[in-house]
Structure formats: structure tokens, C-alpha cells
Design a protein around this ligand. Structure first.
Ligand code: CTP
Ligand code: MG
Length: 229
């Protein structure tokens, strides 16, 4: 079994509003991306890691790879306009031996080893898996002008994170279908669902936040103090 991991890291971090792309902001002196890459480097089930990033960041990725001895990280791949395009570009360079492809956001450094391995094991067996946590807040459906229409049943709701892991053919079929049907999504699982496949949920942890806005960065500094991979 050969497992490839794709790390989309080509975003501009508009909601973070920093002067550099948020995946390169430092957390305890190390770029966020390095924290994330180390999680996968240390996971025995992972064979190779492909980072999709802007061309201007290639030298930085190569430097990071050397400095932190990230031996599983392959030469970077150019990202695209949408997250989906970045992932597709990376998919086209994965090792031909790969049976399993796992996708994980560059800006989720607090993923646990257990979530990575369970996500891979579940996808091996069932075809597709998504790491998710139970919704904490009561969720309501509303009209675009903010009028509540319905209160949803919280026990059936999950907040979806990454990793999201797939058997190779399922992910390639999902992306081919998305291209054909002009489907755009920030969630790979959604593209797989369009094939009529139901990914299996792997229950994860609330620590696995996506660093999106400046308040997430504050939270990340706190989480780092007590994080156990
Ligand atoms: N991403 C990517 N290619 C894009 C857009 C996003 O590889 N064209 C990556 C980001 O680098 C990030 C992950 O997808 O690791 C999740 O996206 P998000 O949190 O939305 O990051 P950004 O797009 O950078 O942020 P924003 O939407 O605020 O601009
Ligand atoms: Mg984005």
C-alpha cells in the first residue's frame, strides 16, 4: 500500500490579511506549513508528500524541506486559482504506485497522528473518509436576508476538517466529474459525494483548527503549548 499526501498551500490568506501568505507565518519560530508537514513526515503510513504552492514560493519550500529534513516531501507543484485546481495539479504528479491519496490543508498544524492513520485505514477499506467533529452550536437554516427558516437537528451535524482520504480511482473520478459538470468546491469530499459515494466520518478533535483569521492565530499559539501529536 502506497500513500500519497497532498498539501494545498497555494492560497493567499485574504481573510488573515497578513503581509505574507498565512501558511508561512511563524508559530513558535517555525512556519505553520512546517508544523503541518512534520505531522505527515512522522507518520509511518505516509510514503510521499506533495505541496502545491505559488511558483514564487518554490525556493522557500525547497529550503524548508532541507532545513527540517522532510525527506518525504517531493519537489513542489504549482497551485491554481482555486484550492481544487491546486489539488488537481498535485494529483497529476503523485507516484504511479499510489493507492491512497490523502488531502490536508497546509494551515491545519494540529492534526493528530491517530486522525491521519484512521483516515487512511478507513479509506483503504471503504473508499473515502473525512475527519470531522460533532457540531457544538445549534445550527439554523436562514434566508439570505437573515430570517430563520429552520432549526437543524444538531445530533446529525458535523463540522468537516481534513485530512480527507480516498482510494486513488475515486478521487480521480471525482475530479474528472467536477471538471465535466463544472462543479466548484472547497471540500474534496463534496466532489466525491457527487459520484454517489458516501465518505465515512472519522471522529477527530476540536484542536484541528484551520488557521483562517487573526483570532485563529492567537488560538494556535495557545494550542501549541499543550499539543501532543
Ligand atoms: N489553497 C490552495 N490553493 C488555492 C486556495 C487555497 O492550495 N487556490 C489552500 C490554502 O493555502 C490552504 C487551504 O487551501 O492551505 C485551505 O484554504 P483557505 O483556508 O481558504 O486558505 P486561503 O485561500 O489562503 O485563505 P483565504 O480564503 O482567506 O484567502
Ligand atoms: Mg480560500
Amino acid at each position: 500500500m502506497f500513500v500519497s499526501v497532498i498539501i494545498p498551500a497555494a492560497g493567499f490568506g485574504e481573510r488573515m490579511g497578513a503581509t505574507i501568505n498565512k501558511q508561512f507565518l511563524l508559530l513558535d519560530g517555525k512556519p505553520i506549513l512546517v508544523h503541518t508537514l512534520e505531522r505527515f513526515q512522522l507518520c509511518e503510513a505516509v510514503d510521499e508528500i506533495i505541496v502545491a504552492t505559488q511558483k514564487s514560493s518554490f525556493p522557500l519550500i525547497e529550503e524548508i524541506t532541507r532545513t527540517f529534513s522532510l525527506t518525504k516531501v517531493k519537489p513542489p507543484v504549482e497551485g491554481g486559482q482555486r484550492r481544487q485546481d491546486s489539488i488537481f495539479n498535485a494529483m497529476n504528479t503523485i507516484d504511479e504506485k499510489a493507492d491512497i491519496i490523502s488531502v490536508h490543508d497546509a494551515v491545519r498544524p494540529f492534526v493528530h497522528m491517530k486522525e491521519i492513520t484512521q483516515s487512511i485505514e478507513t479509506a483503504k477499506f471503504y473508499g473515502a473518509s473525512v475527519v470531522a467533529v460533532r457540531a457544538k452550536d445549534t445550527m439554523k437554516r436562514a434566508t439570505t436576508d437573515g430570517r430563520v427558516q429552520e432549526t437543524l437537528n444538531r445530533s446529525a451535524l458535523w463540522s468537516v476538517q481534513t485530512p480527507q482520504t480516498f482510494q486513488r480511482k475515486i478521487l480521480f473520478d471525482a475530479y474528472a466529474n467536477a471538471e465535466k459538470e463544472h462543479i466548484s468546491a472547497t471540500d474534496d469530499s463534496f466532489l466525491v459525494e457527487q459520484l454517489g459515494i458516501s465518505p465515512i466520518i472519522v471522529e477527530g478533535s476540536y484542536e484541528n483548527i484551520k488557521i483562517t483569521t487573526p483570532d485563529d492565530l492567537l488560538m494556535a499559539e495557545l494550542l501549541l503549548k499543550r499539543f501532543v501529536p
